[in-house]
Design a protein around this ligand. Structure first.
Ligand SMILES: Cc1cc2nc3c(=O)[nH]c(=O)nc-3n(C[C@H](O)[C@H](O)[C@H](O)COP(=O)(O)OP(=O)(O)OC[C@H]3O[C@@H](n4cnc5c(N)ncnc54)[C@H](O)[C@@H]3O)c2cc1C
Length: 304
């Protein structure tokens, strides 16, 4: 049997699910671009994740974890390794007191629905935020004055060698758009959240208000990964304003354009590729440095 075929078979057994070869990452990333991954699979459970990790280690193949791809981008040349999707780790349980346990791959939108159904408050702020809960914890995603660090109680992970670890809230070392998981290569598997019982009508109103605001801001008109750059609170001016005051709104390279609505959104007009985005980012970073003497820090994760 060809080496690629035997590895595919072994991976599929480990993942307890099908494995796809040369799978286009443009299909799974919100930017709708990025070349193919050599292998793509969604391990069925924690054991399956562990088995896949051990296999990757044994064969010395690089791997990357994918939530929903709302902040992750692959090069046009693709990825010569395994993309492990968390989408099958998507359970939800809750007590009526607001103790919520979820799998890392549960979409934020699904948790919004569940919290509505259970009349649990304190998650309305995440309405319309693309991504999974695991991705949100990894990024410490933030919007409307709240971030995941406000609601996380505990996170269970797998280390790269497959051991299970538990992190209390302080051990997650949350900071602005940052967490320990961006530095320790653990895979987030299970998350315990603390929400509070609320009134269905009030939760519904707030959820709809925030979703409407996102839609009114044109966030879903074109494929993107949201804001490309973090804000630097020491600078005091949002990155979008720094870009806008360089006269870059509407500036386009290939198929990627600086959004007219929000200059920190670099949108795919339809035929954009990752290289177009990287070229546009280079222009933006140079202009912002020239005019404001600020080094912009990317928020999106681009797989090397
Ligand atoms: C239209 C739009 C609007 C957005 N608005 C906002 C906003 O208001 N605020 C904000 O903060 N972000 C925003 N984003 C970005 C995005 O929604 C968040 O960063 C989100 O948390 C990404 O989650 P994900 O599951 O898609 O992660 P992915 O994009 O799949 O992954 C992001 C990173 O997390 C890692 N990762 C994912 N899951 C795990 C896991 N289980 N274990 C370990 N590592 C993992 C990946 O390897 C990658 O490095 C927006 C994006 C879009 C497209």
């Amino acid at each position: 049997m060809h080496a690629t075929d035997s590895l595919k078979k072994a991976l599929s057994q480990a993942a307890q699910n099908p494995v796809y070869t040369n799978y286009p990452m443009s299909k799974v990333c919100s930017y709708r671009m990025g070349g193919p991954a050599k292998y793509f699979c969604a391990p069925a459970n924690t054991e399956a994740f562990r088995a896949c990790l051990l296999l990757c280690h044994q064969h010395q193949i690089p791997y990357i974890v994918l939530g929903s791809g709302a902040n992750l981008l692959f090069r046009d040349t693709g990825f010569q390794g395994v993309v492990l999707s968390t989408k099958k780790i998507n359970y939800f349980t809750s007590s009526n007191k607001g103790d919520v346990r979820v799998g890392a791959g549960l979409p934020v939108a699904a948790l919004t629905e569940q919290t509505l159904a259970c009349a649990l408050a304190d998650f309305e702020w995440a309405s319309g935020l693309p991504g999974t809960i695991g991705g949100g914890v990894f990024m410490n995603a933030k919007c409307y004055g709240h971030s995941f660090s406000d609601i996380v109680e505990e996170v269970q992970t797998l280390t790269p060698s497959g051991e299970e670890r538990t992190f209390s809230q302080p051990e997650c070392r949350f900071a602005y758009k940052n967490s320990i998981f961006q530095h320790n290569q653990h895979i987030i598997m299970n998350i315990r959240l603390k929400l509070v019982p609320g009134t269905l009508y009030a939760i519904q109103q707030k959820t709809e208000e925030i979703l409407k605001d996102r839609k009114n801001k044109g966030q879903f008109l074109f494929p993107s990964a949201g804001c490309v750059y973090k804000n630097d609170y020491n600078v005091g001016t949002p990155s979008g304003t720094l870009i806008e005051t360089c006269g870059l709104k509407g500036h386009q390279i290939g198929g990627i354009r600086v959004s007219e609505q929000h200059a920190n959104f670099l949108v795919n007009t339809g035929k954009g590729c990752t290289q177009d985005l990287l070229d546009l980012m280079q222009v933006i970073e140079a202009k912002v440095w020239e005019k404001h003497h600020v080094r912009l820090q990317p928020e999106i994760h681009i797989v090397p």
